[in-house]
Structure formats: structure tokens, C-alpha cells
Design a binder for this molecule. Structure first.
Ligand code: EPZ
Length: 414
């Protein structure tokens, strides 16, 4: 990606459907006997990978524009192979629905990844509490259960993946399951919305206790996924760093939560209108510290982009990462562009500079790529970002949306 920096973003862009909501929803569709349609879905590499995962299970899945059609009638296989799980860890989501529908699941153990170790112990403890037997064999997790039974489950810490996985399994379990200390992210609330549309009985999603009353079967349904709050927040940071003013169709203030508050504290004027979000950057930029936390805390998926914004903000900002142990790979690349950021343990001390300068930089993961794009938009001169394919996992046509907002950005073959 080549970005010529220094242009204020101005105009309107559309926010697509949420990646982290649609991935578990695609898998939740397996819990029903009939077909489901999920609307407003983004065209992303992770969605295509999830379609492949579903196909290996015998399920028909296709994306037609922004509509996803999933027909689980042919569901008979119960294995998610290494080749797919290693490219997308969210493949682990198939465990819950497979256990509930077929009584067994075999999923390759996801290894570590660029942002750190990614254990799945909380998923497995949840399944065990529901009565499943778990064995680890030759790099695969094998789970079996004759009939899942409702249970009281207390998670050691809130985990988006474990909450989604166990919630899906519990929908068809016998009796009532309560999840204590679950993840409260909007994507979990959206998954619960989809499950309820299929006939599941769930209460308390989005709070610190979720109750799921098992039912004997679920039906396919028609559902629209929520807009992507991280895409919206990334575009708002891009507007802020370039001193621009933008409108984002379909953006929702409530889902942005603390990110909206931090943006306002920084100096962005942000309101919700009937069409979405409207934002314009004020004259003064203020440094705003953040610490990543499970929802409703500051999302780790916005930490890198926030750091890019603070790199050009006068004063000193402390950015602390508490979710992933290795999510500072963008720091050395931002420093190559003239930023002054020092890592101290799990914090980064960002001393704002007057200017960033275009440089060749390399993307290391999805959100790090977004941070480099954001920094490049405000840098003097041209930035060349390599390994930009990471971006396509989670941002749909980001360069087109930014171009529509007046950025000079283009993709060239590497
Ligand atoms: C989801 O990952 C997101 N992915 C991630 O987004 C996001 O960074 C993360 O939640 C946190 O918000 C999807 O939704 C597909 P977790 P997930 O389980 O579910 C620990 C992006 O950029 N943990 O909530 O894998 C774990 O190590 C991606 O879009 C355990 O200890 O995250 C971490 O410290 C990257 N044991 C914390 O919990 C477990 O069994 C939160 O992880 C599971 C997790």
C-alpha cells in the first residue's frame, strides 16, 4: 500500500458489518436444522476462510453481495483441520455447535500468533462443565458428549471466544446454564440476538451473568449483523489524526463506548445522527492515556491505532496493553516514521512529535496494519506499507473508503 500523507479526510464513508460478530454467527447457524441468511456481512478474508471451514463440515455456505447463506442440512463431519485453524483461530468456534449437534468435535489446537499466546483453556473448561469429555491428541482437541447438561460456569476472566463457544453449546443443552464473568462485548450481544432469533432462550447478554435455558431444537432465521465498531473507530482516528471531518453511515455511538469518550477528550467533535456518526476534529489535540480491558473497557483492537494518533499529539501519553502480551509490534515501525515511543513492560510511553515522515514499513497483524495506515495518512511524504494482506482479514476495501474521504492511497503488487 502506498500512502501519500498530509491530506485532511473529508466526506462520507460506509461502515460494513462486524467481522468479530459475523464469525461466531456463521458457526451458530449450524445449531439450526434449516438454513439461515445473515445480512449486512463484510467481504473479508476471515469470512471466506470461515465459509471453507463450514464446507469441510458438509455445510453449504456462500456469500452473495453482503448476504451470507448457510444451510446446515448436510452437517455430518466434525473435524476442523490444522490447515484452516492455523490461518484463522476463530475456527475454534465450531466446537460448541458441533458438540451440541453431533455430540463430538475434533479441532486442531490453535498455536500462538503474532499478538501473543492464545490459550483455549476457558473454552474447554466450559465444555467440561456442560458434561463433555476432552482429550488432546496429536495436536487436536477431541471433545465428546452424549448429551450436554446445563451448568453454572464461572470464567476466570472474560473471554470473547469462550463466552461465544459455551453460549452456543448451552442453547441445545438439557436444563439451564449460567455464565458468570462472561465477555460483555457488543459482538456477544449480537450473537445472542442471532441465537434468540433462531429460537434460543437467553437472558442477560451484555451483563456480567448470562442465563441460557436449553431448548430441544432451533430453526434457521434471517438476521442482520451489527456494524463493525472497530472499523468505525479506526476511521474516526484517521479523521482525528488528519484534522478532518467525516460522516460514517451505519456507525453506532453506543457500540463505540469508551472509544467515543476518549476521542472527545482528545478533541474530536463526535455526534450520532439519523444516518450514522458525524465527526470533526477541533483545533487542540490532547494526549489521552488508555489501558486496554475487556468490554466496557478500551478495546485492545483499537490500541495500535490509538498509539498512532498519540504519536502526533503534543505531550506524553501512556498506552497500556493488558489483553495480549505481544501487541506492540507496530511500535518500531511507527518509530521508523519519526514517532518517539518507548516500551516499558506492557506499557508504551508515547512522546508526541510535531511531524511523522513517510518511510517503508511492514505490517505484522491486522490492527498493526491499520495503525500504520492511520499514521501514514498524517505523515509528510510517501509511506510504503508491505504485508498489507493482514488488513484484508478485517477491513473491507479500506483503501477505497479512505480514497472516498480524500486520502491518496493505493494498493500495488508487492
Ligand atoms: C477476540 O479474540 C477477538 N477475535 C480479538 O480480535 C480480540 O482482540 C479479543 O477477542 C479481545 O477483545 C474475534 O472475535 C474473532 P479472548 P479471542 O478469548 O476471543 C485469554 C482482531 O484484531 N484467554 O477474549 O481469542 C487470552 O489469552 C482480533 O479483530 C485465556 O486465558 O480473545 C486473552 O488474554 C485479534 N484462555 C484474554 O483471555 C482462553 O481460553 C481475552 O481473549 C481464552 C482466552
Amino acid at each position: 500500500m502506498i500512502v501519500e500523507g498530509g491530506r485532511r479526510l473529508k466526506g462520507e464513508a460506509e461502515i460494513g458489518g462486524s467481522k468479530n460478530a459475523v464469525l461466531p454467527i456463521m458457526v451458530a447457524a449450524l445449531l439450526a436444522k434449516g438454513a439461515s441468511v445473515v445480512r449486512g456481512t463484510p467481504r473479508l478474508r476471515d469470512v471466506t476462510t470461515m465459509i471453507k471451514v463450514l464446507e469441510t463440515l458438509g455445510v453449504k455456505a456462500s456469500q452473495d453481495g453482503s448476504d451470507l447463506h448457510i444451510d446446515p442440512k448436510g452437517l455430518k463431519k466434525y473435524e476442523a483441520p490444522y490447515d484452516l485453524v492455523k490461518t484463522m483461530r476463530a475456527s475454534i468456534y465450531v466446537m460448541g455447535p458441533l458438540l451440541a449437534r453431533l455430540g463430538k468435535a475434533r479441532v486442531s489446537m490453535p498455536g500462538g500468533c503474532a499478538i501473543g499466546q492464545r490459550p483455549v483453556d476457558l473454552h474447554l473448561k466450559g465444555f467440561e462443565a456442560l458434561g463433555a469429555k476432552i482429550a488432546l491428541k496429536h495436536g487436536y482437541i477431541e471433545a465428546t458428549a452424549k448429551k450436554l447438561k446445563g451448568a453454572r460456569i464461572i470464567f476466570d476472566k472474560p473471554s470473547v471466544g469462550a463466552t461465544a463457544n459455551v453460549m452456543m453449546a448451552a442453547c441445545l443443552a438439557q436444563g439451564t446454564t449460567t455464565l458468570h464473568n462472561p465477555a460483555q462485548e457488543p459482538e456477544i450481544v449480537d450473537l445472542a440476538g442471532f441465537l434468540k432469533r433462531m429460537g434460543a432462550r437467553i437472558h442477560g447478554e451484555g451483563s456480567d451473568c448470562i442465563e441460557i435455558i436449553g431448548v430441544s431444537s432451533l430453526q434457521g432465521c434471517d438476521y442482520e449483523v451489527i456494524p463493525d465498531r472497530i472499523e468505525a473507530a479506526t476511521l474516526l482516528v484517521a479523521a482525528a489524526i488528519t484534522g478532518g471531518s467525516v460522516s460514517l453511515r451505519h456507525g453506532r455511538l453506543a457500540d463505540l463506548g469508551i472509544v467515543a469518550e476518549k476521542l472527545r477528550e482528545h478533541g474530536l467533535d463526535l455526534v450520532e445522527t439519523g444516518r450514522g456518526l458525524k465527526a470533526s476534529m477541533g483545533k487542540r489535540r490532547r494526549p489521552v492515556h488508555i489501558t486496554t480491558m475487556p468490554h466496557p473497557g478500551f478495546p485492545t483492537d483499537m490500541q495500535a491505532q490509538w498509539m498512532a494518533l498519540m504519536a502526533l499529539t503534543p505531550g506524553t501519553t501512556v498506552v497500556t496493553e493488558t489483553i495480549w502480551e505481544n501487541r506492540f509490534m507496530h511500535v518500531s515501525e511507527l518509530d521508523r516514521m519519526g514517532a518517539d515511543i518507548k516500551i516499558q513492560g506492557n506499557s508504551a510511553v508515547v512522546s508526541g512529535v510535531k511531524k511523522l515522515f513517510g518511510a517503508p514499513v511492514m505490517a505484522s497483524d491486522l490492527r498493526a496494519s491499520a495503525a500504520l495506515v492511520v499514521a501514514a495518512l498524517a505523515a509528510k511524504g510517501s509511506t510504503e506499507i508491505t504485508r498489507i494482506y493482514h488488513l484484508d482479514r478485517g477491513y473491507e476495501r479500506l483503501e477505497d473508503k479512505l480514497s472516498a474521504l480524500g486520502a491518496r492511497i493505493r494498493r500495488v503488487p508487492e
